[in-house]
Design a protein. Structure first.
Ligand SMILES: [Mg+2]
Length: 312
């Protein structure tokens, strides 16, 4: 439970901490907050209040609530929650996600139609919202959690590269929740993805890879996932991992949300500073005007872990 709550809350904290630094240069976070542990890092800015999480978390929570309320993977239900969210004026929404959700096409055709048109749909938008589903499907084992990841990713992202990257993240979280080191297990995780995508993910997940070597901006899924794993690998705790992720600049809220989900699963809720969790809040468009805070997030984490009633 400690790891499950760490993953769910850790991702939201990363999103809220990174949001004010989005599109900024590398090193901006540590220039402003040079000494870890000092406080004040949850600073708001760029249109975000102090402790306010962004679209990454909003979409993740819609996935979470669908899984909990439907009791299983209900893809049309997730898609219609996304649509309600997209048309309820979220402060931010990915361009591609917006295109797909407002296209008017059915849930199982909208993303594919977008990909046929654009040939370019490997943004990090399916990865950024994957922590709750990674938690929910962890108990079902590697193959099942990776398949669930692919199917949820495919609701908005027609590019199989996005499915495979999201599937890798699901499996890394699964391994961490089991108490093992997801970095040790990387070869097995990579062996389970589609062969067409293995080389590119092997490159960005290699211990020798550094985010400076990225061949795309970190709004793309490969460097985003690679940067999160790099941040986990090169630091020794939740706070330092998040700092490293935000300091990369660029798509800081998403890279930190992904890092936070993974680092939270590894280090657990107790490793996340309470000065960050106590100001956390998620206004949730498409939910009838609700705002979720730490107690609601912990309840959701509890529900995602489940009661053993689910038969899979
Ligand atoms: Mg965002």
């Amino acid at each position: 439970m400690e790891r499950v709550a760490g993953a769910v809350v850790g991702s939201v904290v990363g999103d809220a901490l990174g949001a004010p630094f989005e599109f900024g240069p590398a090193g901006a976070f540590s220039a402003r907050f040079p000494v870890p542990g000092t406080g004040g890092e949850m600073c708001g800015g760029g249109g975000w209040d102090i402790g306010e999480a962004t679209d990454d978390t909003q979409m993740a929570l819609h996935v979470a609530e669908s899984l909990v309320e439907r009791g299983d993977l209900d893809l049309p239900d997730i898609f219609s929650r996304f649509q309600r969210w997209a048309t309820d004026e979220p402060k931010d929404i990915g361009l591609q996600t917006d295109d797909v959700l407002t296209s008017g096409l059915p849930w199982d055709q909208a993303a594919a139609a977008h990909f046929r048109r654009s040939h370019h749909a490997a943004g990090n938008g399916s990865l950024m919202r994957a922590t709750p589903s990674a938690v929910y499907f962890a108990r079902d084992g590697r193959q099942a959690t990776m398949d669930a990841a692919r199917r949820i990713a495919a609701l908005t992202h027609g590019d199989p590269a996005a499915w495979e990257g999201t599937a890798i993240f699901h499996d890394l979280v699964r391994v961490a929740l089991n108490g093992a080191d997801p970095l040790d297990d990387l070869p097995q995780t990579l062996a389970a993805i589609h062969p067409d995508h293995r080389e590119r993910y092997s490159t960005v997940l290699d211990p020798k890879w550094h985010p400076d070597q990225a061949t795309e901006v970190n709004g793309a899924i490969w460097p985003c996932l690679g940067s999160a794993v790099w941040a986990l690998r090169t630091t020794r705790g939740y706070e330092d991992a998040i700092r490293a992720a935000i300091d990369l600049g660029g798509d800081t809220d998403t890279v930190a949300a992904v890092t936070g989900g993974l680092a939270g699963a590894v280090y657990g809720l107790a490793a996340i500073p309470t000065r960050w969790t106590e100001v956390l809040h998620v206004p949730l468009p498409g939910s009838g005007g609700r705002t979720l805070r730490l107690p609601e997030l912990l309840n959701l984490a509890d529900d995602l872990m489940g009661t053993g009633l689910r038969t899979g």
